[in-house]
Design a protein around this ligand. Structure first.
Ligand code: TTP
Ligand code: MG
Length: 402
């Protein structure tokens, strides 16, 4: 496999993700048009469609369409407002499954990820077997279908996962890239938005094959750097790596006060609360840490940090707090009676130099941590989509295995 393919990249994308989760929770909705998005209010609602089940797509309904229009197209549809926490749970569980196959995962959205399986594909004999196994595990353990694209690079893998949705598995080996891309409309290429599409249409370029008739220099003169990008995309050239989500090296919490604080007791109580949150997260993940870091920012935004390494690893609130308190005192003496302490804008406490329960150093490839970061990313995306209140903060989410 590796001798023919420079790399083996898989792009996984769940089918009609939010709508499929809703259908899974309401089996009576299976096979029916389900539209997740704003409340249509009998066609008078504002807002847009988040996604629609494949049954609803037959009516022409798609993501980002005004919900009022969707309602006109399919008044008998089942309309559901999004349940962000639920989708984030599913997302987390799906990513956990992917980590059974490789730690080289780049989570790029709530329902999609790239996997670099160059190093493990041989264990499954073929890319096809590996793809089938991933789909099977997602189906067996989650009850949802995913579409997969497998190719020597990210851009072709992504186009491939979209090729036979839903429940697709499309494999494009190196030698077949051009045949695969040529008949596709140029809109399938990464980076071809509405403007580029219009400009290309005006030049009579509709398919990838049409685009390939134009030399790099011509495309560059027309579109600048984007032209070179188009030239490469049309040929399936893409050297981008799968960017593995970075490890978590430390756990920390900080608070910015609503009004700047001079009261030592408030500062100490806040520090205690933050220390408790840090130690809680350590315990939840079965981790201990050795280096405590403290941060303080004053009203004029000058910021100081201090760190101290303990003799032993800890996950206890008291250990963290005691060190933090001493550091706080350095900047904000508790027994000062001068009354002239500088108002504090922010304090924070954290711990690094982490080991797991067996005392093993947390390494770059530590799968648990990879998962957690991936999850945090998803939570951030959900918050962007649904607002902060829709979901508990990443810091407070349980990261234990389900
Ligand atoms: P997508 O993967 O783009 O869409 P999808 O999974 O619903 O359907 P497909 O089978 O074509 O992959 O997006 C994933 C989820 O993100 C989707 O279920 C809902 C959400 N989303 C929005 O809320 N708004 C949007 O405009 C888009 C595109 C997605
Ligand atoms: Mg999807």
């Amino acid at each position: 496999m590796k001798s023919i393919w420079s790399k083996v990249i898989i792009h996984v994308d769940m089918d009609a993700f939010f709508a499929s989760v809703e259908q899974f929770h309401h089996p009576e909705w299976k096979g029916k048009p389900v539209i997740v998005g704003a409340d249509p209010r009998q066609g008078k609602g504002r807002g847009v469609v988040s996604t629609a089940s494949y049954e609803a797509r037959k009516y022409g309904i798609h993501s980002a369409m005004p919900i009022s229009k969707a309602y006109r197209l399919c008044p008998q549809g089942i309309y559901v407002v999004p349940h962000g926490n639920l989708y984030s749970d599913y997302s987390k569980r799906i990513i956990e499954i992917l980590y059974h196959f490789t730690p080289a995962i780049e989570v790029v959205g709530i329902d999609e990820a790239f996997l670099d399986v160059s190093g493990c594909v041989h264990l499954f004999e073929s890319a096809e077997n590996l793809g089938k196994e991933i789909k099977k595990q997602i189906w067996d353990q989650i009850g949802l279908t995913a579409s997969l694209g497998i190719a020597p690079n990210k851009s072709v893998a992504k186009i491939a996962s979209d090729f036979k949705k839903p429940d697709g598995l499309t494999i494009v080996p190196t030698g077949k890239i051009q045949n695969f891309l040529d008949p596709l409309p140029i809109t399938k290429l990464f980076g071809v938005g509405k403007k580029t599409w219009e400009a290309l249409q005006n030049l009579g370029i509709h398919s990838v094959k049409d685009l390939r008739n134009y030399p790099d220099s011509y495309l560059e003169s027309k579109f600048g750097e984007a032209g070179t990008h188009l030239y490469r995309m049309a040929r399936g050239i893409d050297n981008r790596e799968v960017h593995v989500n970075e490890e978590i090296k430390s756990i920390s919490h900080e608070t910015t006060f609503e009004t700047d604080q001079v009261d030592s007791e408030v500062l100490r109580n806040t520090l205690l609360h933050l220390s408790a949150k840090v130690s809680q997260r350590l315990r939840k993940r079965n981790l201990r840490g050795k280096t405590i870091q403290f941060k303080i920012r004053f009203d004029d935004f000058t910021t100081f940090t201090r760190r101290k390494t303990l003799a032993n690893y800890t996950h206890l609130t008291d250990d963290i707090y005691e060190i933090g308190k001493k550091m706080l005192e350095e900047f904000h003496p508790i027994h000062s009676d001068s009354g002239s302490e500088r108002p504090v804008r922010l304090i924070g406490i954290g711990i690094s130099h982490l080991v797991d329960e067996k005392g093993t150093q947390i390494s770059l490839w530590d799968i648990q941590n990879e998962k957690k970061l991936a999850l945090a990313k998803i939570v951030d995306q959900l918050q962007e989509k649904f607002g902060k209140s829709a979901i508990v903060h990443a810091n407070t989410i349980s990261l234990k295995k389900n």
